[in-house]
Design a protein around this ligand. Structure first.
Ligand code: SAM
Length: 205
């Protein structure tokens, strides 16, 4: 039965997802780039990681407290075991939207890594509005997602169009939707983060 489920949606299994990432993702070089150039964490900062998956970014972060939330219970169980020895680290199994709506705590940094392309426009807008509420006044949001552009190599287009997330957007659509909620947000387009040709859009404040 487990094998049948794995065949239906192999990437929902933490180990298969991590194997996939080790083949096509950028590994430690891309995590280091993301952390050094965009997240810029410090050991006094509280971090909320939305759609944390298997939380592969965690070993690269400094923080005073880290909370990861993911809908997939296999991911949160995997993370709780993998990071059992880490202090001030918590994993919540659940949907980020109700969590963001009801959460009273504010964070220094909110990460939303490879998560926004799982949300339709209306849900993403509502989610980003709630992110603003949950960020401290000087807090920062950092996101990264796949981004379609017309001049991409075929392999990048195929990867992006076949993503599990149904809402991989073209660059202008990403900018329009994210800046409709956060007009001052900056963005960066990166083609150098994965081992195979790919295109990322990073939003950061
Ligand atoms: C592509 S993975 C990214 C995982 C991780 N952030 C990373 O960068 O490796 C997307 C994750 O979003 C989670 N997810 C999708 N919709 C969600 C929702 N509404 N609430 C919480 N997690 C969600 C999925 O379970 C999956 O683990």
């Amino acid at each position: 039965m487990e094998l049948v489920k794995a065949m239906e949606n192999p990437l929902s299994h933490p180990k298969i997802f991590n194997l996939f990432l080790s083949v096509v993702g950028g590994g430690s070089r891309s995590f280091t780039t993301l952390v050094r150039e965009y997240i810029r964490p410090d050991n006094y900062m509280s971090i909320l990681d939305l759609c944390c998956g298997t939380s592969n970014i965690l070993p690269y972060l400094e923080y005073s407290e880290y909370i990861g939330i993911d809908l997939n219970v296999k991911n949160t169980e995997h993370c709780r075991k993998k990071y059992a020895d880490k202090r001030n680290v918590h994993f919540i199994n659940g949907d980020i939207n109700p969590f963001l709506r009801s959460n009273e705590k504010q964070f220094d940094i909110i990460l939303f890594l490879s998560g926004m392309h799982h949300f339709c426009d209306a849900d993403l807008i509502s989610c980003l509005r709630n992110v603003q509420r949950v960020l401290k006044p000087e807090g920062r949001l950092i996101t990264i997602d796949g981004c379609l552009e017309s001049d991409l190599p075929l392999i990048a287009k195929l990867m992006l169009k076949n993503d599990r997330g149904k809402y991989v957007r073209i660059k202008d659509a990403w900018i329009e939707i994210v800046s409709s909620v956060m007009p001052d947000i900056k963005f960066s387009i990166r083609r150098d983060l994965n081992k195979i040709p790919y295109n990322h859009i990073i939003f950061y404040t």
